[in-house]
Design a binder for this molecule. Structure first.
Ligand SMILES: CC(C)(COP(=O)(O)OP(=O)(O)OC[C@H]1O[C@@H](n2cnc3c(N)ncnc32)[C@H](O)[C@@H]1OP(=O)(O)O)[C@@H](O)C(=O)NCCC(=O)NCCS
Length: 164
């Protein structure tokens, strides 16, 4: 169903979010890599998306994926919000927030205690109650992976965490 119609019917836009399917992978990659070309996100390979497809949620407008987010489990009590993106023409309509809240609902169900994000848009996450932390306070497993990033060591991402 189109977003405008859903709003007219008074539906919660949460109904337009579902877990991703393998058939969504190419659209997810296009969405993420559109922003990675603008240096707003890290590029993701199809292989990486297929391997982690169970982490992903998608926001569907009619048949089109217009938003995505992933919740990745890092440790016994720690998860990461990753790969958050909303198509430009649908931004500033509350979709990004709904996607993150959906991922946080799953985090709670999984009994995760904390969820972090590494991001270029810290303000967006602050509005959701995340607070800034030193990246090095995250388990070494996480920042240890940074050495494999093309941006290492000139990373400008901010680390934020939410206790849930
Ligand atoms: C960041 C992004 C996902 C936000 O999605 P969105 O659907 O536009 O966000 P929402 O409409 O839910 O916005 C919620 C709030 O965050 C604010 N916000 C949105 N994008 C923001 C940004 N880039 N910087 C700061 N604040 C932002 C909104 O103004 C809104 O504030 P309000 O509640 O005071 O009005 C979207 O802008 C995007 O895809 N950006 C490009 C990719 C990217 O940067 N991804 C993040 C990687 S971690």
């Amino acid at each position: 169903m189109p977003l405008r119609q859903a709003r007219q019917k008074g539906w919660s836009i949460d109904r337009m979010i579902r877990k991703a399917r393998l058939t969504d992978a190419k659209q997810i990659q296009e969405l993420i890599n559109y922003f990675s070309k603008k240096d707003l996100m890290l590029e993701r390979s199809l292989n990486e998306i297929y391997e982690n497809i169970r982490d992903y949620f998608v926001f569907i407008n009619s048949e089109e994926i217009i938003g995505t987010v992933a919740l990745h489990i890092c440790w016994e009590d720690l998860g990461e919000i990753k790969a958050l993106a909303v198509k430009e023409r649908f931004q500033e309509k509350g979709i990004g927030v709904r996607l993150v809240k959906r991922a946080l609902t799953e985090a709670k169900a999984l009994k995760l205690k904390k969820v972090f994000a590494l991001t270029y848009v810290p303000e967006f996450f602050r509005k959701l109650g995340f607070r800034e932390i030193d990246k090095k306070s995250l388990p070494q497993k996480i920042w240890g992976e940074c050495v494999n990033c093309v941006k290492f060591p000139n990373c400008t991402e901010t680390a934020l965490i939410l206790k849930i």
